[in-house]
Each structure stands twice: as C-alpha cells, then as structure tokens.
Design a protein around this ligand. Structure first.
Ligand SMILES: NC(=O)c1ccc[n+]([C@@H]2O[C@H](COP(=O)([O-])OP(=O)(O)OC[C@H]3O[C@@H](n4cnc5c(N)ncnc54)[C@H](OP(=O)(O)O)[C@@H]3O)[C@@H](O)[C@H]2O)c1
Length: 307
C-alpha cells in the first residue's frame, strides 16, 4: 500500500523559464498532461510565501522542481541566495509534498562530486562538492530526501538546449565573432540535452501515475545522455553539427583547466553511471552526440537565432 495521491490535480513544474523547465512544459503540452508551470516572480524561493501560495492554489498531484540557482561561479558571491534556492526552497517543497502525500521529483547535479574517482559515479558514491553551488545542491538533496516525502532526486550534468544561455549557445555566438576559441580539454563529463532529460522525467511521471508511488522509485538516480566527452570535444561536435546549417567553424584550441582559471574549480571527471535509472525505470537517454545534433538543429532553425 502506498498513501501517495497521484491521480488528482495537475503536475506542478517549477522553474518553467529555465532550460529544463521549458522542455518539461513543452513535453507536458505535447503529451496532454495536466500541468501548471510556474516561474519567478510568482514562484520565488527568495519569497517563501510565494511557494506556499502556489502550492495551495494549485493542489498538485506531483511536483517537478526544475528551479535552482545554477550560476556556479556567481554562487560564491551570492551565497545566501544560492542556499535559499538550492537547499531551503526544495526543503519547503518537500515538506509540502510529505504533508500532502504527493511525490516530488527534484533535480540535482554532477557537481556534488569532486571528480577524482576516475570512473563514472554511482548514486551511493561519496559526495565532495568543490564550491557553494555544489554544496548547496548537495544539501538540497539531503533536505528533500529527509522529509519523508515520496521523493526522487535526479542528478544530471552539463545541461544544454536550443534556448536559454548555455555552453552550446555560447560557443555558437562566440564562433560567429572570433576565428579561434580556446576550450578546456581536461574536464570530462556528459552533455545532457534538456529535452532528453525532460522526456525521461515525463516517462517517470507517467509510470507513477500508472502504478502509484512505489518505494523503489525513491532516492537518488543519475540521469544524463549516454557517453562522455570534454568541453573541447563538445565544442568540436557543436561546430561539426552547426556546419550542417551553414555556420563557419572557428579553430577550437584545446587548453587546460589551469589555462582558464575560474572562481570555482570544476570536477575533472564527473561522468555519472546511469545503470540504476535503466534498471528501475527502463530508461536510457540517447547518446550525447545525437542530442547535440538535434539541439543544434533546433537552435539554428529557430527564427530568433537565425544568422
Ligand atoms: N545547467 C546545467 O549545466 C546543469 C548541470 C547539472 C545540473 N543542473 C540542474 O538541473 C536543473 C535545471 O537546470 P537548468 O539548466 O534548467 O537551469 P536554468 O536554465 O538556469 O533555469 C533555472 C530556473 O530556476 C529559476 N530560478 C532561479 N533562482 C530561483 C529562485 N530563487 N526562485 C525560483 N526560481 C528560481 C530560474 O528562473 P529565472 O528565469 O527567473 O532566472 C529558471 O527558471 C537545476 O536543478 C540545476 O541545478 C543543471
């Protein structure tokens, strides 16, 4: 028996203006899934009353929290806001979910790890965040999982999409301005397309709606596209795909992390092992190269970003 209520009320999607939030909204619309999408200022982790108000007026059957402070370096100088968005806000949502007996799907990051394992991380591996962003997201995971809510934490990585600012868009825009780009070639991870992650999440939602919440749905899962590369490899693939749409590729020069100092160190190797997601939900995301091909095609055929 499980007490969770999954049949009445819309799905609440937070952070709808973000990469993942927007992809979730698009996917939910396409699937005819009853949902309510919220974003700032109506739903703002800096304004706890707004969280309570949105929850009360929506009475959701399930919450997907795609809202977060995602600016890794800026988190160091805006620590309070990062902790509010990445730990305190999710804790409030999880407390509401526990009280209402509804499931919560919360998104986290590969940056909870320090990247020193030298192999893909599994869910139970020791966390060791390198900065405030990673630490606040890691605390958010614990806050969500400790409330007793029917909660699932999906860790993802290197999220990109055709829309909002991200590495792929930055590369395309920089490549239009400069003949040569220097890109870090000694950090390894997996680019993950927001639409692919959204599709995986919506499959999980459909399963929860069909079966009701099951205890083995709870806990942490790793969810990225398949395969791995470096930022340099990703940039190279981005321009290979962009060339198919008439973009001129700049020279992409490999550099080291030391050549590109940032306020926060990034994990050297943050590959995530997705076998648990495959075993429990039968979900494997597509290869990152295939994802790059689709996202770049979307990006370069959208009217607003046409050259
Ligand atoms: N981006 C990545 O590379 C990456 C990597 C690993 C994990 N993740 C995780 O994946 C999830 C989705 O990331 P994303 O790439 O879609 O992020 P994103 O594009 O930066 O979007 C973040 C969303 O959160 C909202 N938000 C920020 N601060 C907020 C606050 N105080 N209160 C309420 N909403 C707030 C933003 O609203 P505004 O539009 O108003 O700013 C936006 O809707 C996050 O949990 C993130 O930590 C991302």
């Amino acid at each position: 028996m499980n007490p969770e209520r999954t049949s009445a009320g819309p799905i609440l999607i937070t952070g709808a203006s973000g990469q993942l939030g927007a992809a979730l909204v698009k996917g939910a619309q396409a699937a005819g899934l009853a949902h309510r999408a919220v974003q700032r200022p109506a739903f703002d982790f800096d304004n706890p009353a707004s969280i309570a108000q949105i929850c009360a007026e929506t009475s959701p059957s399930l919450i997907i929290n795609a809202a977060a402070w995602t600016a890794v370096d800026a988190a160091e100088t805006n620590q309070d806001a990062a902790w509010r968005a990445n730990r305190d806000g999710p804790a409030t949502l999880a407390a509401y979910a526990a009280e209402q007996h509804i499931p919560l799907i919360h998104i986290s990051t590969d940056y909870v790890f320090d990247g020193s394992k030298g192999a893909p991380y599994i869910e139970s591996d020791q966390v060791a965040p390198l900065g405030v962003y990673g630490a606040s997201k890691e605390a958010g995971e614990r806050a969500v999982l400790s409330t007793g809510a029917a909660s699932m934490v999906l860790r993802t990585a290197w999220v990109f999409s055709a829309g909002r600012a991200n590495f792929a868009r930055t590369m395309i825009e920089a490549g239009r301005k400069r003949p040569e780009l220097r890109v870090v070639a000694d950090q390894r991870g997996t680019p993950t397309a927001a639409p692919d992650l959204a599709a995986a999440i919506l499959r999980i939602v459909a399963l929860i709606q069909r079966t009701g919440w099951q205890p083995h749905y709870g806990g942490i899962f790793h969810a990225t596209n398949q395969g791995a590369t470096t930022w340099h490899g990703f940039a190279t693939e981005i321009f290979a795909q962009a060339a198919r749409h008439g973009e001129t590729a700049p020279t992409i020069v490999p550099i080291t992390t030391q050549d590109w100092p940032t306020p926060v160190r990034r994990p050297a190797d943050s590959r995530l092992d997705g076998q648990k997601l495959a075993a429990v939900f039968g979900i494997t995301l597509p290869d990152w190269r295939d994802a790059t091909r689709r996202v770049i095609a979307d990006m370069l055929t959208q009217p607003a970003s046409a050259p």
